[in-house]
Design a protein around this ligand. Structure first.
Ligand code: ADP
Ligand code: ZN
Length: 520
């Protein structure tokens, strides 16, 4: 099977003339029966990466998706384009399911969408094993990983699929996964030497801005004054808040509605439709709003509250400016939100991870370095320069040459791992740099490392803020899957080797809220 067959199918079934840059490589990899991991932002065109191979391969492709509503939409639009596709899930009655099974037996379907629960029901799995399956696609694959931000226990059972389908290749797709999550997806699915395709997450047309959360309503009204009749979304943490905010905006003369998961389904789809049709420009919503909405001209997104993590934040602001035209985002940051989110994390088995992710979110809000660099480095991408389209770039802080400070910290990280075979958490690293007599450090022999005490002249709190900048600039990264320890990135290594200098923001310009970070 070659790529020109794929190209032909793209034109025939979707009416498009050419693939987007990464789609072609991904499709070629799937067609060659290799395992594939795809990380592409929402709207990037992931579906075609498995739909086209499904259409042109022999047999039926299985598409696993947790979102029953989206499944139905996708299948309907495929059918409308002439692609024999179906979905099967618990919402259907016996007769409907029987009919689909009949179609599958006679190889009348190219794509079968299915929920993980249905797929893993033992009888159905036995049935599928007797069919001719071309490959298995796992959509929203971050749900399989506990390092992801939307872990779903029913997804973990997909790990057993490889045993049942040893000769069939997998393609896992997601729009949100940091490095630990990506690797975990491949591991959980027992992928064989998978190729990873990571498309750029950069959305240069989105401006980024953070403001203090005091007098939010006034600030929003002021923001709207410059943007008459533009479409936008205000994300709030609570359902009640969406309602009261919409009311206040209406009182101020704006055509705003609210949306949350507590509303009747009919009411929800009515609001969503009005937004898509531009009848109502402003929606105050919880994060339940926006999934699967393909509206190109959303001009702005406001976060009334701090999101739980950068994955969610990036997905939500990503709903603006799909048409590539300049669009604005504004995040309100209050300490009260941080406290509330910390409480919500509670004592779940995931709490440590969620707290680390919340801390990164908070660092993003507090940073004095280019915000886009932080976002991209969080997703494992390096921008290499400041973006010029965030509030920090527009109003830059005073900088100084931080190369030597950065080198000390990175040298300590690398020496500990090389000489002591130990990875360092933030607290350990700072204590080592400051030459602390902490008993566990000394006992483990860290005081023998050359960089021990090399950062004595800098206080503990300042080290925290410098490490935060190094993290934000992408010189180091945190391995959530290894007790939140530090690793030096390629960008960092170049600075350590003296190839590039690095600038830090002067600390006098940081908002001091160190009380939130407990040294460990
Ligand atoms: P994702 O699943 O990554 O969020 P979709 O698969 O829904 O993205 O694709 C987003 C939009 O881009 C859809 O409207 C889709 O039809 C369109 N699209 C995908 N691939 C192409 C292409 N090669 N040329 C033009 N449009 C495309
Ligand atoms: Zn910037």
């Amino acid at each position: 099977m070659d790529i020109s067959t794929a190209q032909h199918a793209l034109k025939q079934y979707f009416g498009y003339d050419r693939f987007r840059p990464m789609q072609e490589d991904i499709i070629a990899n799937v067609l060659s029966k290799q395992d594939t991991v795809v990380l592409m932002p929402t709207g990037g065109g992931k579906s075609i990466c498995y739909q086209i191979p499904g259409i042109i391969s022999h047999g039926t492709a299985i598409v696993i998706s947790p979102l029953i509503a989206l499944m139905k939409d996708q299948v309907e639009s495929l059918k409308a384009n002439g692609v024999p596709a179906a979905f099967i899930n618990s919402s259907q009655n016996y007769v409907e399911q029987r009919e689909i099974e009949e179609d599958l037996i006679h190889e009348r379907l190219k794509l079968l969408y299915i929920s993980p629960e249905k797929l893993l029901a033992p009888q159905f799995l036995d049935f599928l094993c007797r069919l001719h399956i071309s490959f298995i696609a796992i959509d929203e694959a971050h749900c399989i990983s506990q390092w992801g931000h939307d872990f779903r226990p029913e997804y973990t059972q997909l790990a057993s699929l490889r045993l049942r389908f040893p000769d069939i290749s997998f393609i896992a797709l997601t729009a949100t996964a940091d490095k630990a999550t990506r690797n975990d997806i491949a591991r959980q699915l027992n992928m064989k030497d998978p190729r990873m395709y990571i498309s750029s997450f950069d959305r240069p047309n989105l401006s980024l801005r953070v403001e203090a959360g005091q007098k939010r309503i006034e600030k929003i009204i002021h923001f709207l004054r410059d943007r008459p009749n533009q479409s936008g979304i205000v994300y709030c943490l609570s359902r009640k808040n969406t309602e009261s905010l919409a009311k206040k905006l209406r009182a101020a003369g704006h055509n705003a509605m609210y949306y949350h998961a507590g509303m009747p389904a009919a009411e929800r789809s009515r609001v969503q439709e009005s937004f898509i049709k531009d009848d109502i420009p402003i929606i105050c919503a919880t994060i339940a709003f926006g999934m699967g909405i393909d509206k190109p001209n959303v001009r702005w997104v406001i976060h009334y509250n701090l999101p739980k993590n950068l994955e969610g934040y990036y997905q939500e602001i990503g709903r603006a400016g799909r048409d590539s035209l300049p669009s604005d985002t504004l995040l309100f940051y209050t300490f009260a939100d941080v406290m509330q989110l910390r409480e919500m994390v509670g004592d779940s088995g995931q709490s440590q991870l969620q707290l680390s992710k919340l801390e990164r979110m908070q660092q993003y809000a507090e940073t004095r370095t280019c915000r886009r660099r932080i976002l991209l480095s969080y997703f494992g991408e390096s921008l290499g320069k400041d973006c010029g389209n965030c509030d920090v770039c527009r109003n830059p802080p005073e900088l100084f040459d931080g190369t030597v400070i950065a080198q000390k910290a990175m040298s300590a990280i690398i020496r500990s791992s090389r000489e002591m075979n130990k990875s360092l958490s933030a607290g350990m690293l700072i204590d080592l740099l400051r030459g602390s007599r902490r008993i566990d450090l000394v006992r483990a022999g860290f005081d023998q490392i050359k960089t021990y005490g090399a950062g004595k002249d800098i206080s503990y709190d300042h080290w925290q803020l410098y490490l935060q900048q190094m993290l934000n600039l992408g010189l180091v990264e945190i391995a959530y899957d290894q007790h939140n320890t530090f690793r030096v990135t390629e960008t960092g290594k170049n600075i350590l080797l003296g190839k590039n200098p690095v600038n830090f923001a002067k600390l006098s310009q940081f908002k001091a809220t160190p009380s939130t970070k407990t040294p460990t």
